[in-house]
Design a protein around this ligand. Structure first.
Ligand SMILES: C[S@@+](CC[C@H](N)C(=O)[O-])C[C@H]1O[C@@H](n2cnc3c(N)ncnc32)[C@H](O)[C@@H]1O
Length: 216
């Protein structure tokens, strides 16, 4: 599940099923908004916040933040699949939603999230969301390397006050070790906390939350 062509096929097949509907891996925004909105509301800045949803697919997470957050926010929904990005773009144009704050923006971009530094300055983002994207990459040997790259790139482009939230079904015993290993050697040292989100169809989901210290 680390191949662009696989995802292009998936979203092309989905788009043939009729009228566009957001497809959510695991769960929708309402189940986890209490992890996301307080972080953004507590962030102290005079300029708009910048939120990036990596591997957004056709999830409504980005547009929900855009419509729910009272302060100004620039939301970017990014995916490696141009099919997913086009579906999201067309949906946003045909069914526009109103931002909670008139200064907020919402954009959809084709992007390989193993190369975030090609698109963003170091220490420029306030929040990165990853729902199921790292999980998908971790399912293959080749993808594991890419998943590590994604984590390291996130650590580089997040502000020191920023957060990375990963929503995942991977057990903390395995995930925490892996995350600690992958984040070692980056310029920032990450604190990683985990909370149980809950059970869905017998599977337990977790929220892994990174915050940062500037390293030496
Ligand atoms: C399991 S889906 C999750 C989609 C969405 N986040 C959700 O929760 O519904 C994984 C997504 O990651 C995207 N993806 C895979 N590799 C990627 C990469 N290197 N850069 C950006 N997106 C990627 C896929 O196209 C797919 O949309």
């Amino acid at each position: 599940m680390d191949k662009k062509a696989t995802w292009d096929r998936f979203y092309t097949e989905n788009s043939k099923k009729g009228k566009f509907r957001n497809f959510e891996w695991f769960f929708g925004f309402d189940s986890v908004k209490h992890y996301i909105l307080p972080i953004l509301q507590a962030t102290n800045t005079n300029s708009p916040l910048h939120v990036l949803d990596i591997g957004c697919g056709t999830s409504a997470f980005g547009s929900c933040i855009y419509t729910h957050l009272p302060c100004a926010v620039n939301v970017t929904c990014a995916d490696i699949s141009p099919v997913a990005v086009q579906l999201m773009q067309e949906h946003a144009e045909s069914t526009p939603v109103q931002p909670c704050n008139p200064a907020s923006t919402l954009v959809f971009r084709e992007m390989d999230c193993t190369e975030l530094q090609r698109h963003y300055e170091p220490r420029s983002l306030d929040l990165i969301l990853d729902k199921g994207t790292t999980d998908a990459l971790l399912r293959s040997t080749e993808g594991r390397e890419k998943a590590g790259q994604v984590v390291r790139q996130c650590l580089t482009v997040l502000k020191p006050s920023g957060y990375l939230l990963q929503f995942s079904d991977e057990d903390p015993d395995a995930r925490l070790l892996w995350l600690e290993k992958e984040s070692q050697g980056s310029q920032v040292a990450a604190n990683i906390a985990v909370q149980e989100v809950g059970k869905l169809r017998g599977v337990t989901y977790f929220c892994y939350q990174f915050t940062f210290h500037i390293g030496h």
